[in-house]
Design a protein around this ligand. Structure first.
Ligand code: TYM
Length: 331
């Protein structure tokens, strides 16, 4: 069975952007692949963060993934820092990683310009991401569009390492991205990608009244100014969301009502809010159930770390042997 790997930052909770863009696909892929899913806490510390909140956010992300449908028996679900081989492979890869390319990564440039002092860890973020994927020799990586550059970099690391240390046959595969239709979900501001740090999200845990509070002021077709102006659904960020949350006949009706100015934007938002609540309520309820059973969540996390470690140790043994290190004795 081919292997899939993907990761998510412990930002606290899933939102409809990372859920539609990646996590829904993670759930679907469980039937066809051996899936390895990781909450990447080592990545999260490359940008200023609150140490007191990291553990709770990491746990909450595990809860969110379970509630969204990740099955910890079929898939390996674990926390990155619990498998130290991620950091080890990352170090080995820094020695083949081209510095110029790291400096040119768009996510690095975006984050660096918001900081007074830029750490080497932030620069090496994509090297750690390459180590995550290649530690499991994954062939496919379900992600949103914003991760494509990091994935191209991962392929480059695989090629470079193979050409130096695996002369007979490539050891690492060159993993490909698995994108969905929802490769880039825009935030409620209609300006930027939906992202927790921009405060433009709808969270999977948001109760119905919060979903409505957030949707009511959300940006729609910018050219539709008055209630009587006909709108253009394709120019409306919320029409895009209808396509993911509303049944097909409702989506057709929304487009019709918008173009004919039969509905105002608020009418359209009410229908969207209802359908979102219908879709998200079961996930929110499952998450609440899991929070009430912390021992079960702990066991899932420990089980995932054991299974991930078994694969990771084997890769590190192969990699260090090929790189010429003195074999480690049992200690
Ligand atoms: P992160 O935590 O920012 O996002 C997790 C996944 O969700 C996707 N995503 C989106 N897709 C569509 N629209 C959006 N608005 C949106 N927001 C987020 C992301 O593309 C991603 O797939 N660097 C990664 C984490 C990572 C990783 C890895 C991913 C670390 N190691 C190895 C894959 C493989 C990140 O910060 O994702």
């Amino acid at each position: 069975m081919h292997r899939v790997f993907s990761g998510i930052q412990p930002s606290g909770e899933l939102h409809i952007g990372n859920w539609l863009g990646a996590v829904q696909n993670w759930v679907a892929l469980q039937d066809q692949y051996q899936c390895v899913y990781c909450v990447v806490d080592l990545h999260a510390i490359t940008f200023p963060y609150q140490p007191a909140a990291l553990a709770a956010r990491t746990r909450e992300m595990v809860v969110g993934l379970l509630a969204a449908g990740i099955d910890p028996e079929r898939s390996i679900l674990f926390v990155q820092s619990h498998v130290p081989e991620h950091a080890e492979l990352q170090w080995l890869f820094t020695t083949v990683a081209p510095l110029g390319e790291l400096e040119r990564m768009t996510q690095f440039k975006d984050k660096a310009q918001r900081l007074e002092s830029v750490s080497a860890g932030l620069l090496c973020y994509p090297v750690l991401q390459a180590a995550d994927i290649l530690l499991y020799r994954a062939e496919a990586v379900p992600v949103g569009e914003d991760q494509l550059q990091h994935l191209e970099f991962t392929r480059e690391i695989a090629r470079r390492w193979n050409s130096l240390f695996a002369l007979d046959a490539p050891y690492f595969p060159e993993p490909r991205a698995l994108l969905t239709k929802a490769r880039r979900i825009m935030g409620l501001d209609g300006q930027s990608k939906m992202s927790k740090s921009l405060g433009n999200t709808i969270g999977l845990n948001d109760p119905p009244e919060v979903i409505w509070e957030k949707l009511r002021p959300a940006k729609t077709d910018p050219k539709r100014v008055r209630r009587t102006d006909p709108g253009t659904p394709e120019d409306c960020n919320l029409y895009d969301l209808h396509r993911y949350f509303s049944p097909p006949d409702a989506v057709t009706n929304v487009a019709l009502q918008c173009r004919s100015a039969g509905w105002g934007c608020l009418d359209c938002k009410r229908v969207l809010a209802d359908n979102m609540v219908k879709t998200l309520t079961p996930i929110r309820e499952r998450a609440a159930g899991l929070r009430a059973e912390p021992a079960r969540v702990d066991e899932v996390i420990a089980h995932g770390a054991r299974r991930a470690s078994a694969i990771a140790r084997e890769t590190i043994a192969q990699v260090t042997a090929r790189m010429g290190f003195l074999p480690r004795q049992e200690v």
